[in-house]
Design a protein around this ligand. Sequence first.
Ligand SMILES: Cc1ncc(COP(=O)(O)O)c(C=O)c1O
Length: 393
Amino acid sequence: MEHVLWSIGHDLIIENIVKAQGCYLYDSGGRRYVDFESGVWCTPLGHSHPRVNRVVKAQVDHISHTGYCYAHPATEEAAKEILEITGLPGGKCVFLSSGSEAVEFGVQVLRKISGKPRLLTLVDSFLGSYGSAGKKRGEEWHLLDWSLCSTCSRPDKCTPQCRVFGDIPCEEIGGFVFEPGNSSGQVRFPPVAFIKNLVHLISKNNGFVQANEITTGMGRTGEWFGFQHYSIQPDIVSMGKGLGNGYPVSSIAMSPGIIDRLNESSFYYSQSHINDPLGCSAARAVIQVLKEDNLVERSKRLGEILIKRLTEICGNHDFIKEVRGRGLMIAIEFLPEHDTVPAAQIYRAMLNRGFIIARRPGRNTLRVDPPLNVDENDIEEFLYNFNQVLHGI
Ligand SMILES: Cc1ncc(COP(=O)(O)O)c(C=O)c1O
């Protein structure tokens, strides 16, 4: 890869992947790797899913791209599916290509329709790689520090009087961009009562809520979307990554109320690949497979088993702080705090045994995010090897 500038901030570990099928990646020497990172959360159905591939190939032969003023029915069909699973009937969707674009679109909508100067997000949320959403600083954002919640003895009794809510300039806040569970790759889940209080506070002050479901969407956490663990209904839901199962498509679903306000405003947004039928056909096929194969429920069930088994295995080692997760979005955090060596060693040892798990340079956490249709034998193999590796540390 001499002529490619690789993902900055990540090491290039295997340079010669030539094939991917289901949970497996193969290198040019025929070596097989079990992908328990699901291609950075992008392949909830595993790589090269036959039905999604069939639909995408057929669509390519038909029409891939239409342009601003012309539409293909695949786009409308995908929008109907998304509005149903997000609980936003009567609303509308836009389709773009990446998660960053989907969050940015929602942020621009919130700023436009609220007419207020700032948006609120939790201090450790990740909103994207570029655009105004990526720059969480300055006058445009209020960053809410919820670290007190992690030591709170009664998180279920959270009240709006708590000092965590203390300095929110409510009248200035046009919306809350809520990432329900990723927190910059650390897989942290804000407490339910805290989020409910926050959503209530924002809505009472005429602000709106956008759920950033780029990583937590498409069944990953054992519900269709991460916000569904909180019994709230966002006005905007942004999704990407797993939506195309490897094909780059993202979407923003908006409530009828948001659409009415947009129609009354002078909001303008266009991109070359907006609402392209190719990405929409992939998205629709992914949703249909998730539904027909009951994979959201499976993610919940297998996640409970995997978290329990990992907790048992990790309980024997004092260099492990915690196993946490929802559905098949799981993290293992190591001790001592800020020491990244155990995570790096375990990552490497698992790779040598043919298992890919997720590691971010500079973090003391590993993530385990297999596809939602992962074979249970692969889970057993993974647990066996992980246990062996921990004993070797
Ligand atoms: C929570 C969250 N939001 C947004 C994004 C941006 O998505 P993309 O990389 O597809 O632009 C990511 C990417 O990892 C993410 O984790």
